[in-house]
Every structure is written in structure tokens, then in C-alpha cells.
Design a binder for this molecule. Sequence first.
Ligand SMILES: [Zn+2]
Length: 223
Amino acid sequence: MMEITERHIIIFSIVTFVIAIGLFIYLPFIGIRGHFANTKKQPLGTKEPFIATTVDIEKLCEVDVSENKWKYIVLHHSATDEGNAYKFDRYHRKEKKWKNGLAYHFVIGNGKGSREGEIEVGNRWKRQIHGAHTANKDINRVSIGICLVGNFEKDYEPAYNQLESLVSLVNYLAKRYNISKSNIIMHNQVVQKNTACPGKNFPYEKLMERIASLQSARTYRGL
Ligand SMILES: [Zn+2]
């Protein structure tokens, strides 16, 4: 009798332990799936890349309200491997409780959540209001926040078409608002608490070289 009871206790303990481990592993997945279940607007990575022309960008940047006096462009990564403006808007609205939603003015896709190179225009751009993309409110008021989907703190850089769209968008905005190269900065160059954004593999030098060459080409043609 004693032996059976002991065996029962041992079996019961093992079963309880296995169930506990199972729940421990499985529960976070239920949470993650629940969180993203209603945010999937587009299938991941199945569409053709988006190649932005100057006409596309001009059209995307059109607004119906009077334009803000933008002085800076601040570059970010999403610090996630995938995503799109809709997902980040949901996150900023629901989790961060920011009533204006999406903190950035533009989001550029990497093919995972939107097309590679797709430029999504945020509500804050359409309304020409401040962003919430840095912890420095003075900068937020006068800076255009552009977020590239991806985590460039990991071992990868922006996707090819994503970087091409960024070059075109930054070049266009810098020209339109007369923003000097020194005011095209990464989030980690803003005076605020430390941030790794946009990640150690963000090709800032390459971007700035491209912008410089586009600007000098324009100057040359202008002469
Ligand atoms: Zn950032």
C-alpha cells in the first residue's frame, strides 16, 4: 500500500512537472500569436520590390495642410525583423498610449510585412505634426522621422531596395526643406538617453555618400 502511494506521488509529480514545462514553453507563443493576429494586413515577403521614382515620392509626400518647417531628418530602424506602418501604429497607439499613433513620418519596408523598399506615409506626415521618434521633444517638433523595418543591430543591413528608397526619399526631403547634410542624422546622434538605433550595421556613410553625389550631380547640371 505504502509503495503504491509513493509511486502515485512520483507519477503525479512527473506529470505536473511535464505540464508545467509545456505551459511555460507554449504560453508565450499563444500571447505572441494573439498580439499579431489582427495586425496582419499583408502576406510576408511575397510581393515584388517597390522601386520608388521621384514622381512616386513627390506624390507620397503631398499634403493638404500647411507644411511644417522641418529642419532635421532622423533615421531609425524598427528593431524588429519584420513589420509595417500599420503594426507599428497599433503598437504605439495601444502599448505606448500615444494618441497620434505611429511615431514616425515614414516607414520603409524590407519585404517582411510590406514590400521591400515600399514607403509608407504616416498620419503624422499627412497632418504635418511632430513625431514621437526620439526622446528629445525639441528635435521631434522639427524633425522628419524615417524608420526602416529591420534590426540592424543584428548581423544584417537594410535590404537593397529599402536602401534605394531611403536614398531617394532623403534626397527629396532634404532638397524640398533645404535640410543640410549635417542635419540628416541617426537616432543615436540625437541628444537624449543612449540608444543603439538605427543599429551598428546601418550604412550611414554609404547613405551620406549617395546623398552627396546626388546633390553634387544636381549642382553640376545646374551650372
Ligand atoms: Zn530610433
